[in-house]
Design a protein around this ligand. Structure first.
Ligand code: PHE
Length: 377
């Protein structure tokens, strides 16, 4: 920066310069000062201060030289001063341009050094999750039904009593509702209701038949809710997969054949099936499907002696409820019971998963203990 005793603030005569050689050497000194200053710049701010000090029109060193050296110079020195000044101006322009480039490159290098990714560092491998066993079993079940022409539909978990009960032939005071006591929603005053968490996936049968004409062949996976106290085989929320096939001329044989195919695909060819009479208001006849016990091979005897703990010596294990669709249900969806027939079933996914994988407590599905989940990658 020019200071008070800066020679450029004084005239040549004040400086005692009288010959062209002295003029040139004076310019060399100034130039050396300029070079030192311009090349020391590290940051854009320094650079612009240097530029300001040397080139500013009002008070820059070059203006001072013009004002103090060139304009008042004696005739015999004018030419030397003019020439040196022009050379120096060019020099200043070139050096400042280079200095700016260097400052910018330095800034870039500094930024990229900060942002540089070191590819030689070992990577961070995040833990990979896996599908929950319920989801895996659901997919197994779906694949089996896909292979025989069923497709998947889903329905709401919050239902009206009409879909959950009435349209399934369960009128208001039917005793079977006691088994399906569930969670009714607290609704704001005046809101249309009541609404409840569905107790089974069967209401989706109604939704599907309201929307589609036969042939219908669907499975419906989803969560269902009951006011059950949690124990090893009960949970207030569990999973079902509903099945529904309706067409003209579907027989009881089609029904049992389909279920038998499913059970053998799921548990293995060696498993036998049987059905027993049961009761559901929306199927007639209703049955309960059993499989020969997968733990003792149907013998009822434990390998270690005594009776099989899983089937309690019976050799059979109850799988799920099913039946031929009750003609009364067709009345709710405007199907003609004289023209169509069909079957429905409601598989407990959790139950099937427990049987297939030998899990004796349903609660482990919902505790999400990684030590359990990791066993089913
Ligand atoms: N919805 C019945 C239940 O939860 C199961 C079922 C479905 C029975 C379809 C027959 C036909 O318990």
């Amino acid at each position: 920066m020019p200071t008070v005793d800066n020679p450029t603030q004084r005239s040549l005569s004040e400086l005692g310069v009288t010959s062209p050689e002295e003029v040139r050497s004076l310019f060399e000194q100034v130039r050396a000062r300029f070079d030192a200053e311009a090349n020391g710049n590290r940051h854009a701010v320094d650079w612009s201060m240097t530029r300001q000090a040397w080139l500013s029109r009002k008070s820059g060193v070059l203006t001072q030289i013009t004002e103090n050296w060139l304009k008042p110079s004696p005739v015999e020195l004018k030419r030397a001063v003019g020439e040196s000044l022009n050379n120096f101006k060019e020099h200043v322009a070139v050096v400042l341009a280079d200095a700016l480039a260097a400052v910018e490159a330095g800034a870039e290098a500094a930024v990229s050094a900060k942002e540089r990714v070191d590819l030689s560092l070992p990577g961070v491998i995040g833990p990979t999750g896996s599908r929950h066993l319920i989801r895996q079993v659901l997919q197994e079940i779906e694949d089996i039904f896909f292979s025989i022409g069923f497709s998947v539909v889903e329905g709401p978990e919050v239902e009206t009593p009409y879909y959950n009960f009435e349209a399934l032939n369960i009128p208001e005071h039917h005793a079977v509702r006691d088994d399906m006591d569930t969670f009714y929603l607290d609704l704001p005053n005046g809101a249309p209701g009541p609404l409840l968490l569905r107790t089974h996936t069967s209401p989706v049968q109604i939704h599907v038949m309201e929307k589609r004409q036969p042939p219908v062949r669907v499975i419906v996976p989803g969560k269902v809710y009951r006011r059950d106290n949690p124990d090893a085989t009960h949970s207030f929320m569990f999973h079902q997969i509903e099945g529904l096939a309706v067409d003209s001329g579907i027989t009881f044989c089609d029904f049992t054949g389909t279920i038998d195919y499913f059970v053998k695909q799921f548990f293995g060819e060696a498993v036998k099936t049987r059905f027993r009479p049961s009761y559901f208001p929306f199927t007639e006849p209703s049955i309960e499907f059993d499989a020969s016990c997968i733990f003792c091979g149907g013998s009822g005897a434990a390998k270690t002696g005594g009776i099989c703990g899983k089937c309690k010596g019976a050799g059979w294990i109850e799988l799920f409820g099913a039946g031929m669709v009750d003609p009364a249900v067709y009345g709710f969806v405007n199907y003609d019971p004289k023209k169509v027939s069909g079957f429905a079933f409601g598989i407990g996914i959790d139950r099937l998963a427990m049987l297939k994988y030998g899990i004796d407590d349903i609660q482990v599905f919902f505790q999400n203990d990684v030590r359990f989940l990791k066993q089913f990658p």
